[in-house]
Design a protein around this ligand. Structure first.
Ligand SMILES: *Cc1c(COP(=O)(O)O)cnc(C)c1O
Length: 432
């Protein structure tokens, strides 16, 4: 592993040591200290420029410091920041109208982080199960998947299958059963269990390593849930908002190039969870969307958040969604995603180091040759950094590649060159 002093200057070292000494050690960052971002680029404190191939876990789909979003944020911050929901504010209603129209739901419940939105969806599903489906008190069960990532709260980690996320954070919240991901027979069986209220699923598992399910999985799962009056809950915090080359990953191969026209393979989830790119990465904004028959089970005083639905968040989210449409991020992600995977496949065909590329739109991953606990993926990411591209290993020996969706073809091909060159250098060092 490269040491910090090998890869960055004195100021970087000082700043990394500060975080190391005074911050909790709940992350293991790549040794680069960033101080500026614009579009697909970020700069470190020494002024070196990098391509951002993580996009803050797909929060920065619209590119760093997008001027339309930042102007909106600054203007609203000078005007009114927070009222709490004890009062109405003049920004929330028009945001709610826009976001529900954009995604095709009757109602939205605004929150801040992704984990809060997932918690909201779980509460909504349970309450619906007791009040509408008639499940008896405290018996509601939600089906989840192996390898899931839905956030870090005590309830959410209770149904994680990742020992790091879960161990020694018990006692765990009951009411969940876990099935293998992308396993329609397992879902069929689980739906026969008593008191099933919902199925919570990521349409593509991002954190687990960008696992794309079989192309019929989501539609079949949806139909099975419908048949059992079980709510289909899509966690699109990472996959949503143009990342996978459609408005939502639930859209599958639907060919809408902008707002969803609900065709073909799209099955509208009963509950949709959004976060991350809903603000373009400038502010924590998340949302839970559902139609009235579900959302209206929550009455005044039964759920909320001091910051949820604040005027800055409302204005920022409108601006962020405008950018998605105005700059055709859906079409761009779809087109450049195909190009990126074919370029990665070309590299794989002549390399022993990388064995596979998978993904959809501009949410992709390469699988590095070697055991899941080897350091190769980490070491490669340090080399990518040295060559001007930032990415991070995800679970096992997998590197996720998710640039901002405003990337151009020319920029993408330059990144492919960096990746190819880095892999070649790495391989030739190995054989020395
Ligand atoms: C990031 C993520 C979350 C959690 O969002 P936070 O804002 O970090 O709480 C939930 N679900 C998925 C699929 C995510 O990728």
């Amino acid at each position: 592993m490269a040491t910090q002093s090998q890869v960055s200057g004195g100021l970087s070292n000082e700043l990394m040591q500060l975080e190391d000494q005074y911050g909790a050690h709940n992350y293991h960052p790549i040794p680069v200290v960033l101080s500026k971002g614009e579009g697909v680029y970020v700069w470190d404190v020494d002024g070196k420029r990098y391509y951002d191939f993580l996009s803050a876990y797909s929060a920065v789909n619209q590119g760093h410091c997008h001027p339309h979003i930042v102007d909106t944020l600054v203007n609203q911050a000078r005007t009114l920041t927070l009222t709490s929901r004890a009062f109405y504010n003049d920004a929330l209603g028009s945001y709610e109208k826009m976001v529900t129209g954009y995604f095709g739901f009757d109602k939205v419940l605004p929150m801040n982080t992704g984990a809060e939105a997932v918690e909201t969806a779980i509460k909504l599903c349970r309450k619906w199960a007791y009040e509408k489906k008639g499940i008896s008190e405290n018996e509601a069960t939600i089906i989840v998947c192996e390898g899931n990532f839905h956030g870090r709260t005590t309830t959410i980690v209770s149904f994680s299958s990742d020992p790091d996320a879960k161990s020694n954070f018990g006692p765990y919240t009951p009411g969940f059963v876990r099935i293998p991901y992308d396993d329609i027979d397992a879902l069929k069986k689980a739906l026969e269990l008593p008191n099933i209220a919902g199925f919570l699923v990521e349409p593509i598992q991002g954190e687990a390593g960008v696992y794309v399910p079989d192309e019929n999985f989501l539609t079949s799962a949806y139909e099975l849930c419908k048949g059992k009056n079980v709510l289909f809950i899509a966690d699109e915090v990472q996959t949503g908002i143009a990342r996978t080359g459609s408005l939502l990953a639930m859209c599958g191969n639907c060919s809408c190039e902008s707002k969803c026209e609900r065709q073909n393979t799209y099955r509208k989830p009963d509950i949709l969870i959004l976060g991350k790119a809903l603000s373009g990465g400038v502010y924590p904004v998340s949302a839970v969307l559902a139609d009235d028959d579900i959302m209206m089970v929550i009455k005044p005083g039964q759920h909320g958040s001091t910051f949820g639905g604040n005027p800055i968040a409302a204005k920022v989210a409108v601006a962020a969604l405008e950018v998605v449409e105005n700059e055709n991020l859906i079409g761009n992600a779809r087109r450049l995603g195909k190009l990126f995977r074919s370029e990665m496949q070309r590299i794989i065909d002549k390399s022993d180091l990388i064995v596979k590329v998978r993904g959809k739109g501009l949410l992709n991953a390469i699988v590095v040759n070697g055991s899941p606990d080897s350091e190769t993926a980490w070491n490669l990411c340090v080399k990518f950094m040295e060559n001007g591209l930032l990415a991070k290993p995800t679970h096992g020996n997998i590197i996720r590649f998710a640039p901002p969706l405003v990337i151009t073809e020319e920029q993408l091909l330059e990144c492919v060159e960096i990746i190819e060159k880095t892999i070649q250098e790495y391989e030739s060092n190995l054989s020395k």
